[in-house]
Design a protein around this ligand. Sequence first.
Ligand SMILES: [Zn+2]
Ligand SMILES: [Zn+2]
Length: 152
Amino acid sequence: MANPGHSGRPTRSMSELAERLRRESRRLTGPRQAILEVLRQHRRPLSNKEILELLPGDCDLATVYRAMHLLRRLGLVQRYDLGDGVARHELLAPDDDGHHHHLVCRRCARVVELEDCGLAAFEESLVARSGFTQVTHRLEFFGVCPDCQRAG
Ligand SMILES: [Zn+2]
Ligand SMILES: [Zn+2]
């Protein structure tokens, strides 16, 4: 159910990402390439500040912000709000609609991705009861991870 490393999920190759940008008449600039590399290597929702800290060369927050805005518009990343008011982004795998939930440790902010949603039946009953269509949801879970429990 939980997959902390995300290692099993496919990701996009850098050439595929470059091709997506090219199709939108956007160049894969140095900073954009470095940001995409960070997102490819860290398969969890990252804030702009975290991305900036993981970037090897000279970059600034405004560049990261603009790059994430572009990537979101192109549907290459999914934005998550994990309850602290900070926007985080995660690279979307091909054919992934980005719909999954996260379990966040309240103490160390470690994020575990939950692969199963489990709310399809509830959503269906909501549609039946309310008369709403195109119902979606956002939901994140919070707790204390095993490492932090051991640390007391
Ligand atoms: Zn923890
Ligand atoms: Zn769900």
